[in-house]
Ligand binder design. Structure first.
Ligand SMILES: Cc1cc2nc3c(=O)[nH]c(=O)nc-3n(C[C@H](O)[C@H](O)[C@H](O)COP(=O)(O)OP(=O)(O)OC[C@H]3O[C@@H](n4cnc5c(N)ncnc54)[C@H](O)[C@@H]3O)c2cc1C
Length: 464
């Protein structure tokens, strides 16, 4: 049986970063991946494909130019599903190549197969043809990610009723779609399809969405998506989904109201991919959603030497945070110095429009009893916004009245996921309102919104 210094199960963002970090320490590292190619959900069905789809949809539909040329403007008439897929294939192949090269360059061994524990220090890997191998190590990282939650009442068929992994195999663009689940994934896909002129109904059993985001931002976002014709059916559960004889689907809602559409996307949750790992054999267990509990600083599980990182440990379930968790876990597992995970990290939601946020929401600031002031800027107040024809988009910052420090930064609109990093840097470096007021920003840029929002708050702040 071959022995490795570090064995990583799963080659998504958490596994990939951990393996490369361990290899850079000069250790012998094995990555086991059950998918045909490396990359995980992030590369094959999650982050990269959905963002490529979004970019293609916005480019080919001419979305970004409609502020000037009107809502009927299109770059390409009669957009098809194959137009959307063409760019996807090129992007994915490129991502995988880069990753394979990274593993090869750092001498990380990769193996295709399904891994399961035999005991605390041994795993068995079964390949596609049924062949099996055993490997041992004193340090493991479980970076197995998640799979879509597929409840029994949903008759998934991959042609008109999809989960969020299957939706990428769409063969034609529907005229209408019901999206079940107003979490990040549901909202991203619902708004992307709506930008492609698909009539979208978004269904959510709770009466609100994205509760961890500042409410003022969500109100603005909600107004924008309703304004372009998306229908929100919140506060009631979907109870049954049936395929109709003449084509299309019907979602039967609690309380009796039904929704008909050509396609249904079920995007209400994902489960940790732990059911086949044989966790019991090494004294580990997962919760009812397949998630594994870890020490939030080291990412070690209750079993010494076994670490877990990425989506399998739950919130925030982002590729960005998964990478950092994987790297920190590898450092701890191999007895190397590691920094603590940062307190404030940005959250990016690639809906149309984008949302991005870092630090405390206004609701959290109020709950903590901190005295504060807010500053808001609209993108249409910036010259760059005029040039781009933007009539929507806002940036909001929250400052402490006592220390003048930035407490939170929240953006909805074009470029939000890039712009947020200015707020993130000031927040983590403990900067104040005065940074934005006293510094010069490139002109004309959307980043100028930072200065406008800071001046807006400054008008109401006690002067020193
Ligand atoms: C539609 C969608 C959009 C997203 N958009 C974003 C975004 O814009 N930004 C962002 O930061 N995040 C986004 N995410 C989240 C992001 O994809 C995840 O946070 C990230 O992929 C988690 O990485 P991971 O390393 O935990 O695992 P994953 O990427 O899930 O990879 C886990 C890997 O482990 C393998 N595996 C599982 N079990 C075994 C086993 N027993 N043996 C061998 N291999 C195994 C799987 O095959 C898989 O390849 C999105 C997710 C989805 C679904």
């Amino acid at each position: 049986m071959e022995h490795y210094d570090f064995i990583v199960i799963g080659s998504g963002p958490a596994g990939r970063r951990a393996a490369i970090q361990a290899a850079k320490f000069g250790r012998k590292v094995l990555v086991v991946e059950r998918g045909r190619r490396v990359g995980g959900v992030s590369v094959h069905t999650g982050t990269i494909p959905s963002k490529t789809l979004r970019e293609t949809a916005l480019n080919l539909s001419g979305w970004r130019e409609r502020g000037f040329y009107g809502r009927s403007y299109r770059v390409k008439q009669n957009l098809t599903a194959s137009d959307l897929r063409a760019r996807l294939t090129i992007t994915l192949n490129h991502e995988i190549e880069v990753l394979e090269h990274q593993f090869a360059r750092n001498q990380v061994t990769t193996l295709t197969g399904d891994a399961r524990f035999r005991d605390r220090t041994t795993i068995e890997v079964t390949g596609e043809e049924g062949e099996s191998f055993q490997f041992s190590s004193d340090a493991f990282l479980l970076a197995v990610g998640t799979v879509p939650f597929r409840p029994d009442y949903v008759p998934f068929d991959g042609t008109s009723i999809f989960d969020s992994d299957e939706i990428l195999n769409l063969t034609h663009l529907p005229r209408s779609m019901t999206v079940i689940g107003a979490g990040v994934i549901g909202i991203e896909y619902a708004t992307i399809f709506s930008a492609l002129d698909v009539h979208v109904t978004l269904v959510e059993p709770r009466s609100t969405m994205l509760d961890f985001i500042d409410r003022e931002l969500i109100d603005d976002f909600t107004h924008q998506i309703k304004d372009r014709g998306m229908v929100l059916r919140f506060g009631r559960k979907a109870e049954r989904i049936t395929k109709l004889a003449g084509g299309g689907c019907e979602v039967q809602m609690e309380g009796g109201r039904n929704i008909r559409s050509e396609m249904v996307l079920f995007a209400a949750g994902r489960m940790g991919a732990t059911s086949t790992l044989n966790l019991e054999s090494c004294g580990l267990e997962s919760d009812r959603r397949g998630r594994i509990k870890v020490n939030p600083t080291t990412f070690e599980t209750d079993v010494p030497g076994i670490y877990a990182a990425g989506d399998v440990i739950g919130f925030p379930s982002l590729a960005s945070t998964s990478m950092e968790q994987g790297r920190i876990a590898a450092c701890h597992a191999l007895g190397q110095q590691a920094h603590e995970p940062p307190k404030f990290f940005p959250y990016g939601i690639y809906a149309v429009p984008e949302i991005s946020t870092v630090g405390m929401t206004e609701e959290e600031v109020i709950e903590r009893g901190i005295s504060y002031e807010c500053g808001v800027a609209r993108f249409r107040e910036t010259s760059r916004g005029h040039i781009m024809g933007l009539d929507t988009g806002m940036l909001k910052m929250i400052f402490s009245l006592k220390t003048r420090r930035l407490l939170g930064c929240h953006i909805v609109g074009e470029g939000a996921t890039e712009l947020i990093h200015i707020g993130q840097a000031v927040l983590n470096l403990k900067g104040t309102l005065d940074y934005f007021v006293e510094n010069t920003f490139n002109y004309p840029t959307l980043a100028e919104a930072y200065k406008i929002a800071a001046l807006d708050a400054w008008n109401r702040m006690p002067q020193h």
